[in-house]
Design a protein around this ligand. Structure first.
Ligand SMILES: *Cc1c(COP(=O)(O)O)cnc(C)c1O
Length: 444
């Protein structure tokens, strides 16, 4: 049996309608920006394998560091134990993160990093509102238990947000086809539009009205990824954050996608003067080689967990918390990312994207009037919509584009009718030119 046939018998793929599914493409090898199939055909991975592979596939340096670590210590329980890669990674991350963060909490992936952030923020208010456990009424089963989850209950989030697929993360994500089956199980969230010059005053009015009830504000800074690569301006976000901060609301920047150079700076939060209290990282953190999540918090948050009261412990953890291999991959990835060569490369891709955007729009309009719209770029990301059918994730045009581009040796995976590229930083001049050419061809 072929790999495809064996897959068909036993595998359930993510985000994939299983009935009439197309056989998945077996990939046997990766190298740099390239993926190789069983026939030896190569494809440029223009979306960094779901936005994670920042240094390309099968990176030798990261692989060697992983190998050495695997021979030394592959995993150890992280409650009551510690190890060099976890501590070294925290020591390296804290000085480069976009605020004075004081603690690193490890988990497994992007969804768990936002899940941790939401729990951390809610329990911050609970810890601060409940003076001691002894002051709580005794319940019938003899436990001291708070009936309240802190006096601030509301979480603020953006429409079209995506923060992951676990229940807390789904709750703070926009209600969409992704969450349709679970709406009655998701907690209530106050959703607002992303800020712009026309709605900013209205948004500030909402914050002024609800501010004292809002525990936390979770946002994807400047680019809403899975929601369709929607971009909004730093200037208006900064205004919104300023108002949010007047009410002491805990600001959670979900930089799972935007982190590690994607937007042209190390972190998208650097574009704003108002900084987050909590930041969530994953995806590019390990260079896309291992699953790892980081939730970093400022000392203000951490202090709320330092009382004598054991009930105020943050009771959260995962079997693979701070896995030594994953932490080692992250350390190696940071070595590569912070090299001048790589930072220059990010700048170069950003410039190339801008000039391609300027070229593509007039070209497309000549060929197919009004068939593409909303051309936008930020750092290494470029996106636009094909003006055909509805602007939504289920738009069938995505499959057509993927197939057409694949025939040219470029892997694209539009979000509905939103076409975007987000290449590994190691992409060469020729490869990037080929990706652009392919996009022009597909539009034609
Ligand atoms: C991908 C993503 C997540 C979820 O990360 P997973 O590792 O897929 O669970 C959360 N937030 C943002 C902004 C993302 O892009």
């Amino acid at each position: 049996m072929t790999l495809q046939e064996r897959d068909y018998e036993v595998i359930w793929h993510p985000f994939t309608h299983q009935k009439n599914r197309k056989p998945p493409i077996p990939i046997v090898k990766g190298l740099g920006t390239l993926l190789f199939d069983e026939q030896g055909n190569e494809y440029i991975d223009a979306i960094s394998s779901w936005w994670v592979t920042i240094h390309g596939h099968a990176n030798k340096y990261i692989a060697e560091r992983l190998y050495q670590q695997a021979l030394t210590l592959e995993q150890v329980i992280f409650a009551g134990f510690t190890h060099e890669p976890a501590v070294a990674l925290a020591e390296r991350l804290l000085p480069i993160l976009p605020n004075n963060f004081s603690r690193i909490f490890y988990s497994d992936n992007g969804s768990t990093s936002t899940e941790v952030a939401i729990k951390m923020a809610l329990q911050y208010w609970w810890n601060n509102s409940t003076s001691t456990v002894d002051s709580l009424p005794l319940t019938v089963d003899g436990f001291k238990r708070s009936t309240e989850s802190g006096k601030r209950k509301t979480i603020l989030a953006f429409k079209d947000a995506y923060h992951g697929d676990t229940f807390g993360a789904m709750s703070v994500s926009d209600r969409s086809v992704f969450t349709l089956a679970f709406h009655d199980k998701l907690f209530e969230v106050l959703f607002i539009d992303t800020p712009n010059e026309t709605n900013i005053e209205g948004l500030k009015t909402i914050i002024d009205r609800e501010g004292d009830n809002i525990a936390a504000f979770i946002y994807e800074p400047l680019v809403q990824g899975a929601g369709g690569m929607r971009m909004y301006k730093a200037q208006w976000m900064d205004e919104l954050l300023k108002t949010v901060k007047v009410y002491d609301i805990i600001c959670i920047a979900d930089e799972v996608m935007t982190g590690f150079g994607r937007t042209g700076r190390l972190f998208a939060s650097e574009y704003m003067t108002n900084k987050p209290d909590i930041i969530c990282l994953s995806k590019g953190l390990t260079g896309g080689t291992m699953a790892l999540g980081v939730t970093a918090c400022t000392d203000r948050i951490y202090q709320a967990y330092l009382g004598d009261d054991k009930m105020k412990t943050f009771f959260h953890g995962h079997s693979f918390t701070a896995n030594p291999l994953a932490c080692t991959a992250a350390l190696a990835s940071l070595d590569l990312l912070l090299k001048e060569e790589c930072l220059d490369k990010i700048k170069w891709i950003s410039e190339e994207n801008k000039s391609f955007a300027n070229r593509l729009m007039p070209y497309a309009l000549r060929l197919t009037p009004n068939k593409i719209k909303n051309m936008r770029t930020l750092g290494t990301i470029i996106a636009f919509e094909i003006d055909k059918g509805k602007d939504e994730y289920l738009n069938d045009i995505a499959t057509t584009i993927t197939q057409k581009a694949f025939g040219q040796g470029v892997y694209l995976r539009p979000l509905g009718n939103t076409v975007y590229i987000m290449p590994p930083y190691c992409i060469t001049k020729e490869e990037l030119a080929k990706v652009y050419e392919t996009i022009m061809m597909v539009i034609k």
